[in-house]
Write a protein that binds this ligand. Structure first.
Ligand code: SAH
Length: 221
């Protein structure tokens, strides 16, 4: 059995390797994003059997047929939100809570919606144990957003939708950014929406693959 602090060092080193092998070569540059990726203990967000490979370049199962994205995608989506630290963020698809933990380093408040109640409960416990106190989780259908706390400076959707739910655009603040994977079940485009002077512009950030966003304005269960 390895001593606990020694294990901690090993994981810290694995995160450094992750940064050097997968994030820097693919263009991740924002210092705050890099610092967050180096500090969040990603290995605690997956099932124990997957800890050895958690800092590699692949998505991993988090239970219930859901997945945590590969580190690059998490870093890339976060960087695209162009956060300065003062933002209020809405995340749709809490999952393991890893993306929320990264965001919690980069913004003031994170509101995150998860449709699977068991997953939300497990993630709440984990985030509490790691003192991520600025993340609030709600169980519900994220295709409706979370109107009570809006508008949001940034919205990130971590499940794929056949189209962009209107509620999310409505809940975006002036100057706000929305990132969402859009397209058919097996391959999507990562779309970035920016709202300026009430008008919305759209940019395609490239191909990606996410699990389904299931809800009233997403896929049917
Ligand atoms: N961001 C997560 C990964 C999410 S996987 C992480 O860092 O681990 C996608 C998640 O979206 C799953 O947990 C799934 O249950 C959830 N989901 C799917 N449809 C949803 C909906 N309509 N509202 C909220 N969550 C949804």
């Amino acid at each position: 059995m390895l001593h606990k602090s020694r294990k901690k060092d090993l994981y810290a080193r694995a995160r450094k390797t992750m940064l050097e092998s997968h994030l820097l070569p693919r263009g991740i540059r924002q210092k705050e994003v890099i610092d967050a990726m180096l500090s969040v203990p990603r290995h605690l967000f997956v099932e124990e059997g997957f800890r050895q490979q958690v800092y590699g370049d692949s998505p991993l199962p988090i239970g219930g047929g859901q997945t945590i994205s590969q580190p690059f995608i998490v870093a890339y989506m976060t960087e695209q939100l162009a956060l300065t630290g003062s933002e209020k963020i809405l995340e749709i698809g809490t999952g393991s809570g890893y993306q929320a933990a990264i965001l919690s380093h980069l913004a003031t408040r994170i509101f995150s919606v998860e449709r699977v109640s068991e997953l939300a409960a497990k993630t709440r416990k984990l985030l509490d144990s790691l003192h991520y106190t600025n993340v609030v989780i709600k169980i519900g259908d994220g295709t409706q957003g979370w109107p009570e706390h809006g508008p949001y400076d940034a919205i990130i959707v971590t499940a794929a939708s056949p189209h962009i739910p209107d509620a999310l655009i409505d809940q975006l603040a002036e100057g706000g950014r929305l990132i969402i994977p859009v397209g058919p079940q097996h391959s999507q485009e990562l779309i970035k929406i920016t709202k300026q002077r009430g008008r919305v512009t759209q940019e395609n950030l490239g191909g990606c693959r996410f699990v389904k966003l299931i809800g009233k304005n997403g896929w049917h269960a």
